[in-house]
Write a protein that binds this ligand. Structure first.
Ligand code: MG
Length: 398
């Protein structure tokens, strides 16, 4: 029985993780849950999974939760309720977890993830921004404490599986696939006037708003390039990206002798979630097998897999990610934070879609790099957010 703590339990990945856990009660139990402000859903999750430690964003949220989960059956164990960063750390590092699934946005759970890794607790990392901004010190801390960091992202789960039994020194190139997002066929002119509603409809994946918008700009793939460098100790030049609209093949690994391994699975986040939580074992998922048979054309209808190059003129964000990866230090933190803030501004109707990449580029131009240590990373994150908000409100425009 593996005890799981989830940071970000009411988000898209958090909810899908609880689906996976609920389907395998013989393998997993939930010892900790942390969420932001969705206390009604969090209270439901507490009733269903009975975690020992729970955290939400604010003290008011704690009071609300205390009311919602009471009255409990007499003799049932008390729940420890916490809030804020202290609460996230309690859930990650003090709930008795064997593995912490980090599925928050931004760096809000960064210190909690570090606290768990430093105690040797395994991490299932769905929180891309932590891997991108703080990957260097996080992976070092995990290595030192003997904690395993498992990717919860279809592409990195794919690379991880392709590398099982292989030597990293034999890897020539890793190719990550991108669906292309909802605007893959839009002209530059059409991209000028796309709306938030259009950007939030993903053709193949069910994800939260942040990842869905990042898929539309292709910044999602850029963040994944940096994440792959961290996870598999590769140079940015060893990673390629190809557009693959069907989202069936998630990554390729090209070896020195010319052999290529690909991983194929139907696009369902519960696949990489289940893999990360159960590794080195595999879950029995009949639903997933059916979907894969359909995707592979084994069930009467034909299935075609296509691969196309990325058009960098229409989707400039991917090159910005390579630029930040090569520059190193605090540049990836600035890339990630500026992108998150610019994306939020677009979703609020404050800037146009094409301005997201322009603002991220401006933040990289204006940044003075620092070494990639946690305090400097957090400072770069704050700086990039404030820089981006200033650009959005126009105070830096001539
Ligand atoms: Mg992905």
């Amino acid at each position: 029985m593996r005890r799981v703590a989830i940071l970000g339990s009411t988000g898209s990945i958090g909810r899908q993780s609880l689906d996976v856990i609920a389907a395998h009660p013989e393998r997993f139990s939930v010892c900790g849950l942390a969420a932001g402000t969705k206390t009604e859903l969090l209270a439901e999750q507490i009733r269903a999974f009975a975690p020992a430690v729970v955290s939400c964003a604010t003290q008011a949220g704690v009071s609300d939760l205390a009311e919602r989960v009471a009255p409990r059956a007499p003799g049932s164990p008390a729940i420890r309720l916490e809030h804020g960063e202290r609460g996230l750390i309690a859930v990650a590092a003090e709930s008795g977890a064997d593995i912490v699934l980090a599925a928050t946005d931004g760096l809000v759970a960064c210190r909690a993830v570090f606290a768990a890794a430093e105690r040797g607790i395994d991490i299932a990392l769905a929180n891309k921004e932590i891997a991108v901004a703080a990957g260097e010190p996080l992976f070092a801390a995990a290595r030192e404490a003997g904690a395993r960091i498992m990717p919860v992202d279809s592409e990195h789960c794919a690379v991880f599986q392709c590398l099982l039994g292989e030597k990293t020194s034999d890897v020539k190139t890793v190719v990550l696939t991108a669906s292309g997002g909802p605007f893959v066929d839009f002209t530059l002119h059409e991209l000028e006037s796309v709306t938030a509603a259009q950007a939030l409809v993903h053709p193949t994946w069910t994800m939260g708003a942040k990842n869905t918008l990042d898929s539309a700009t292709l910044m999602n793939k850029g963040l994944e390039v940096i994440e792959a460098c961290r996870l598999f100790e590769l140079a940015p030049s060893q990673i390629d990206v190809v557009v693959h609209r069907q989202s069936i093949a998630h990554a390729f690994v090209v070896f020195a002798d010319g052999n290529v391994k690909a991983q194929i699975a139907s696009p369902d986040m519960r696949m990489p979630i289940g893999f990360a939580l159960a590794y080195p074992e595999r879950l029995d998922r009949a639903v997933a097998l059916e979907a894969t048979r359909r995707a592979l054309g084994l069930q009467s209808q034909q299935s075609t897999l296509t691969f196309e190059p990325v058009d960098h003129a229409r989707f400039p964000s991917l090159k910005l990610a390579y630029r930040a990866a090569l520059a190193g230090g605090t540049y990836p933190a600035v890339l990630s934070a500026a992108n998150e803030e610019a994306g939020r501004a677009f979703l609020q109707g404050k800037i146009r879609f094409v301005e997201i990449g322009e603002i991220v580029a401006a933040a990289l131009d204006a940044h003075n790099a620092r070494p990639a240590r946690l305090p400097e990373i957090e400072e770069a994150d704050r700086w990039a957010r404030s820089f981006t908000r200033d650009v959005v409100t126009g105070s830096r425009r001539s």
